[in-house]
Design a protein around this ligand. Structure first.
Ligand code: PLP
Ligand code: TYF
Length: 389
């Protein structure tokens, strides 16, 4: 019998969508999960993705198994997107890359690989706060979890001093998980000058940087600028690990297209790492799904959508300040970047927002900008104003 099994906690983010679906109020809004929505709040698929799908059908592509490490046309594109055409290890063929079940799968491959082969302590440092699933992924990969300071609640910005101090104080050769850009959930990133200093200090301390890049193209709207941290670390000589997701920047959520990569020192090492990645993946799921990787390999990301969000941030702040005359400072709404806005709302205010206004968001006050539309932005501003005044 399974009677001894306690009820598990629902996922903090995905559970919000369940609650939203049950709500029958006409004005309900789902700002929980980060996913593109059209002006009627309906899921939105990029035109480029629709076109790629048509081509795939026209070309009558088969459905054979992919290799264990996925579709080569996709993994090459993914590595190029992240590391850039000028990347030395890329040009020298020293990047071991595999397709993954989106970003989460990439983190998990990385977790299992590092647990098996990382020669120092099996402990990983996350920013405070971080994406809700990081802890579970790395705990289930056998890691102990530690935290470094990141977000400063008093400024709604980066706690750079605290961050640097924690890098300095962590035992040598620690693993640091870094959000490559558009930090989730805070929308607060280091500047390029700060990244330079972070890279230098991590190098000095011999730490291992593991980048999670789930939003390339979202932070600045520019693929290359968003890869600044990753490329800077690589050119500084770090041999990084990298998780990439195409869920958000191509709107391929359910297609589960992603990649995991590691930089190696020489061809022999690369061959060994490739072989071990295959041995990590084979017993987990044998080989990855083909469709999303195909689509992604056809598509480039769409800068138009980024503009749409920036506009939505401006509208939200405008309504709060001008129409509802909120006395609170809302500059962080337009200062923060990416798909999310960390509003600073307290848990009881979030609860009122959901209970009284049918607006669904995570308890930490994060809203997904992609879930706001021109038809409901004013309603949202009024609701936020009402619960925060
Ligand atoms: N990492 C971060 C920081 C994220 O925000 C997400 C999703 O939102 C992921 C990883 C993984 O997403 P997926 O597995 O859908 O690619
Ligand atoms: O932060 C978000 O909105 C996305 C969605 O297990 C998500 O990460 C949440 C939980 C999860 C997978 C995706």
């Amino acid at each position: 019998s399974w009677a001894h099994i306690p009820q598990g906690q629902p996922d903090a983010i995905l559970g919000i969508t369940d609650a939203y679906k049950k709500d029958t109020h006409p004005k309900k809004m789902n700002l929980g999960v980060g996913a593109y929505r059209d002006d009627n709040g309906k899921p939105y698929v990029l035109n480029a993705v629709r076109k790629a799908e048509q081509k795939i059908i026209q070309n009558k592509l088969d459905k054979e198994y992919l290799p264990i490490t996925g579709l080569p046309a996709f993994t090459q594109e993914a590595a190029l997107l992240a590391y850039g055409k000028d990347s030395e290890p890329l040009q020298e063929g020293l990047i071991a890359v595999t397709q993954s079940i989106s970003g989460t799968g990439a983190l998990r491959i990385g977790g299992v690989f590092l647990n098996r082969f990382y020669p120092y302590q099996k402990k990983i440092y996350f920013p405070t706060p971080t994406w809700g699933n990081h802890g579970a992924v790395f705990k289930d990969s056998g890691f102990e979890i530690a935290q470094y300071r990141y977000f400063d609640k008093t400024t709604n910005g980066l706690d750079f001093e605290g961050f640097m101090e924690d890098i300095r104080n962590a035992p040598k050769n620690s693993i640091f998980l870094l959000h490559a850009c558009a930090h989730n959930p805070t929308g607060v990133d280091p500047t390029s000058q700060q990244w330079d200093q972070i890279s230098k200090l991590i190098k000095e301390r011999g730490h291992f940087p593991f980048f999670d890049m789930a939003y390339q193209g979202f932070a600045s709207g520019d693929i290359d600028r968003d890869a600044y941290a990753v490329r800077k670390f690589v050119s500084d000589g770090h041999r990084i690990a990298l998780s990439q997701s195409f869920a958000k920047n191509m709107g391929l959520y359910g297609e589960r297209a992603g990649a995991f990569s590691l930089i190696t020192e020489n061809p022999k090492e690369k061959a060994a790492v490739d072989s071990q990645l295959r041995l990590v993946i084979r017993p987990m799921y044998s080989n990855p799904p083909v469709n999303g990787a195909r689509i992604a390999s056809y598509v480039l990301s769409d800068p138009e959508l980024y503009k749409e969000w920036q506009l939505m941030r401006k509208k939200l702040k405008h309504h709060l300040v001008e129409d509802f005359e909120s006395k609170l400072p809302w500059n962080h709404i337009t200062d923060q970047i990416g798909m999310f806005c960390y509003t600073g709302l307290k848990p009881e205010q979030v609860e009122r927002l959901t209970h009284d206004y049918h607006v669904y968001l995570t308890k930490d006050g994060r809203i997904s900008i992609a879930g706001i539309s021109s038809s409901n932005v004013k309603y949202l501003a009024e609701a936020i104003h009402e619960v925060s005044k």
